[in-house]
Design a protein around this ligand. Sequence first.
Ligand code: TMP
Length: 240
Amino acid sequence: MEKRHELYRGKAKTVYGTDDPQRLVMHYRDDVSAFDGAKLAKLDRKGETNNRINAYVMGKLAEAGIRTHFVSLLNERESLVKAMTMIPVECVVRNICAGSMAKRYGIEEGTRLSEPIFEFFLKSDALHDPLVNDDHIRVLKWATTAEIAQMKALTHRVNAVLKPLFANAGIDLVDYKLEFGHPLDDPKGDLVLGDEFTPDGCRLWDAKTGEKLDKDRFRRDLGQVIEHYREVGRRIGASL
Ligand code: TMP
């Protein structure tokens, strides 16, 4: 496999083409962004830390029978993934109320939910990722009815794998965001998990102390961001 030109530069990752049109290289940079790009920084070792944590989590999901775009770890900062056509919505599951849900409904952060709550957001920094519902997605043709059902089912299945995985490491999986797409080599098949699962896109709290171990450390200026990401990796058993 030969890495070729840059295809897309996101806020924390850069995607490169390869000599195989069905494979891409995902390069994890040290950049961190919050509030849709309004707050930016570089954090030493973030790229390699997230690349490793993501590879580990994607491996656990694959073991549980959940299809992901992850193919292999290439080097410290890069992974090989399947090229996909992405659905432009973000799927969030919440086990504990925090962040935008706490603010939107005036509910105290940390309130445990009797069952997981699923939310869709439109992927648009310019619009600040507005909350959208099934009708918006279907009528505006961001995804079909079948894809909507699959995104919900898969996001809940991920919860059934990752909640215990983190719980066994003494960590509460508070909430997380997933993105799905269709691989170029299977455009009509079932949706496949894309993007990443790292402490950038979820909330993780120490189960005993409630200490934040995720990107809220950066958003809220709590310091020692990467030290805490690495603590997460170490505790779940990712080789860092
Ligand atoms: P929220 O509380 O800001 O709505 O976010 C819920 C979870 O989803 C939180 O773990 C962060 C993650 N998330 C992202 O990583 N990127 C996004 O664009 C959105 C909307 C949420």
